[in-house]
Ligand binder design. Structure first.
Ligand code: NAP
Length: 271
């Protein structure tokens, strides 16, 4: 697995990480055992960057449980998602309890009350409980505000959607992140699964074989990671075998402009 510096965060991340929205919002012993199997596989194949949020129901708790006894081997990115300062404080208290009293990357989810939360996160960073601060938004309608946050100089990473069907970040967000030296975490690599609903055939994917791409998920992940401005992408899955398949996309050779255009055409044809 290739590793990249996540901008100026000081974190060195595997290029393929893992998200937990829906997939880790589970209850019951069988589902929790499955979550543990997913995380076991993740560690086995070199994925140790995990993204969560209090917005994802049980996900932070379940992720914390699966990391028991191996927390120090993981990089945990979670979020504060609160309109009020007191709710933000309770979220932080819970997250610190789930994740061994420190968070590697604490992000402001959907920019909700970001002015209010930045100071709190900066204090936690100064106290050594947060290693880096970031901000996320899923919607291009909020990118003007995201640019404003990026330009404060108070965050060192962003999390944004990027896949062949959602390319808005190419216009201003990725260039600005690169200019400012910010880490870029790419959410929604498969457009929340939409890109996996109609999959190109083996014959269609054959031109990508020289790039060690054998499946559509690998083509999509490599499409993202071949842009050096993107440092880590976080596909979510309930299946350990999908974790292994995704991790295999985290190695060079990377695509050039021609292969990226080819994958984008396939994505459009199958969407
Ligand atoms: N979506 C958002 O608005 C948003 C916002 C903020 C943060 N995030 C973060 O970004 C993460 C990723 O985004 P996402 O969860 O929305 O969607 P995604 O990762 O684009 O897609 C997830 C879907 O892809 C499928 N999948 C994963 N690997 C596969 C494989 N190898 N083959 C076939 N199908 C595969 C999963 O199904 P299986 O379980 O069947 O594999 C799942 O249904 C989230 O979990 C969260 O941590 C998302």
């Amino acid at each position: 697995m290739e590793h990249r510096d996540l901008g100026r965060t000081g974190l060195r991340v595997p290029v393929v990480g893992m998200g937990t929205w829906h997939t880790f919002n589970v209850r019951g012993e069988a589902a929790r055992q499955n979550a543990r199997a997913v995380v076991d596989m993740a560690f086995n194949v070199g994925i140790n960057f995990f993204d969560s949020s209090p917005m994802y129901g049980e996900a932070e708790r379940v992720l914390g449980e699966t990391l028991q006894g191996r927390r120090e081997r993981a990089l945990v990115a979670t979020k504060v998602w609160a309109s009020t300062r007191s709710e933000a404080k309770s979220q932080v208290k819970r997250a610190l309890a789930f994740f061994g009293d420190y968070i590697d990357l604490y992000q402001i989810h959907n920019l909700l009350n970001w002015r209010g939360h930045l100071l709190m996160l900066e204090r936690l960073r100064n106290a050594g409980q947060v290693r880096a601060i970031g901000a996320t938004h899923y919607s291009s309608a909020a990118f003007a505000e995201l640019r404003q946050v990026m330009q404060t100089g108070r965050i060192t990473a962003i999390q944004i959607p990027y896949n062949p069907l959602e390319r808005e970040v190419e216009r201003e967000i990725l260039p600005l992140a690169s200019d400012l030296g910010l880490g870029v975490v790419v959410m929604r690599p498969f457009a929340e699964g939409e890109l996996m609903s109609r999959i190109p055939s083996e014959v269609e994917l054959a031109p990508l074989q020289p790039f060690e791409v054998t499946t559509w998920s690998q083509a999509l992940l490599k499409w993202i990671l071949s842009d050096p401005r993107c440092h880590v992408t976080i596909p979510a899955t309930r299946h350990p075998d999908h974790i292994a398949e995704n991790a295999a996309a985290g190695e060079p050779p990377w695509f050039g402009a021609e292969e990226r255009a080819f994958v984008a055409r396939l994505a459009k044809r199958h969407s």
